[in-house]
Design a protein around this ligand. Structure first.
Ligand code: NIG
Ligand code: FE
Length: 420
């Protein structure tokens, strides 16, 4: 049979099989479906075969062949939580933080998320898209082939719609698959400083309907930053219930700084994911473990803030939960564009093995954005989003850090000339 592309002779081919059509949960996390001397073939942008080189070659002839001897072949990374569309930077805040100021102190002085909101409000759609495009280019070069992206630096109906326009411009022009999430409940903007409930009214009554009526709207998820200095549990419930009633999937930023009960709410409302989870109480970890809600850990964020506490991955796995990884790429806490750096952090700070971290960064993170049947695995039928890593084995993933092990990115069957 004829294929478009065949990658063969990989030292290790990681198929990353889904378990029962879903993520790899609890102690079953880390099943790579490893094939030594493996090959993968694709046609029309999809995987058509993955297995031992001799078997795949016997069945498939391809127009283009790539030799992956001595290297690892795995699914493209799915970065399940990013704020990659923004304008400007907050390098000044980084310098203040290394000199001892906290994230919350900087926010109380008018910096933090509002500093990026001001820059984003002042930027044209073109500038917003262009600044973000260079970040997406680097993400792709570092192996991310699917990237979730949140609004939340507009915080007015007009500017949230402008962010939507920038996301749409990138979605149609950039090879990375973007999954847009509506996050107007990211911060209470200055103009509602003494009336946070008034801002929640605006989000629920004006922004949500406006954003969903936009002809370019492709939002699948609504997210809320439920934490001290952001939104209360009651405000979070109000936004998420309204979004659910409009047919959106739900996500939550919970327990990054203080536990407010966001995980229990996410489970109750059937959210697709609960993200951060640095200080989640044990009883809520139990609830999470028994639910379909995917736990998304973002170790670049505590690292970026030089905090000591990280998501308790083993407690989540002990409870039977589905664990995923993402960068949280944002200008405040974690300007990180590299999933392999996140994997290196997760191995050290959350004690994941490289195999567990790889599954958390592919199949399980695909499940966290509702794409677990389309990306994150090299099983036949999945999108042909494939990486060739210049590493002799998966154990080198995370072991080596600070560089880029990605030698070749394939997106929907096409070889990408990655530009850094
Ligand atoms: O995930 N937690 C909310 N949002 C980001 C920070 C965004 C910012 O500081 O601009 C986070 O850490
Ligand atoms: Fe975030």
């Amino acid at each position: 049979m004829k294929a478009d592309l065949l990658i063969h002779s990989a030292a290790q081919l990681c198929v990353v099989p889904s378990h029962d059509g879903g993520p790899q949960r609890g102690h079953r996390l880390g099943d790579l479906g490893l094939v030594e001397d493996g090959a993968v073939a694709c046609a029309d942008g999809r995987i058509v075969a993955a297995g031992p080189t001799a078997e795949v070659r016997a069945d498939w002839q391809a127009a283009v062949e790539l030799d992956a001897s001595g290297q690892v072949v795995c699914p493209g990374f799915v970065d399940a939580h990013t704020h990659v569309v923004w304008a400007g930077d907050r390098a000044d805040e980084f310098v203040q933080r290394v000199q001892g100021a906290t994230y919350q102190e900087i926010q109380a002085r008018g910096g933090g998320i509002m500093a990026t909101v001001r820059a984003t409000r002042a930027a044209s759609v073109e500038r917003l898209a262009n600044e973000s495009r260079s970040r997406l280019d680097r993400m792709l070069a570092h192996g991310s082939t699917t990237v979730e992206v949140k609004t939340g630096y507009g915080l007015s109906t007009a500017c949230e719609l402008k962010m939507l326009e920038a996301i749409d411009a990138l979605a149609v022009s950039h090879p990375v698959t973007l999954v847009p999430t509506f996050l107007a409940a990211h911060a209470v903007p200055d103009e509602y400083g003494d009336d946070p409930d008034g801002y929640v009214d605006l989000v629920v009554e004006e922004m949500l309907p406006a954003i969903l009526q936009s002809p370019i709207s492709n939002f699948q998820f609504c997210d809320v930053f439920c934490d001290e200095g952001a939104f209360t549990l009651a405000q979070t419930r109000r936004v998420l219930e309204a979004a659910r009633d409009l047919g959106m999937g739900l996500k939550i930023h919970a327990d990054e700084f203080r536990p407010l009960g966001g995980v229990a709410l996410a489970v109750e409302l059937g959210a697709i994911s609960a993200d951060h989870l640095v200080c989640t109480p044990p009883e809520e970890i139990e609830l999470l473990g028994q639910s379909e809600t995917v736990a998304v850990a973002l170790p670049a964020t505590p690292f970026g803030l030089a905090h000591r506490a990280y998501t308790p991955a083993h407690a989540i796995l002990e409870a039977g939960g589905a664990l995923a990884l993402a960068t949280d790429c944002n200008p405040g806490t974690a300007w990180c564009e590299s999933m392999t750096f996140v994997i290196a952090l997760a191995c050290r700070t959350m004690r994941l093995t490289p195999a567990q971290a790889l599954v958390a960064a592919t199949l399980n993170s695909a499940c966290a954005v509702g794409l677990g049947a389309r990306v994150g695995s090299l099983q036949p039928g999945y999108d042909a989003d494939i990486l060739i890593l210049d590493l002799p084995g998966v154990q080198h993933l995370g072991y080596r850090f600070g560089g880029n092990p990605v030698r070749q990115v394939v997106k929907q069957g096409r070889l990408i000339q990655a530009s850094l």
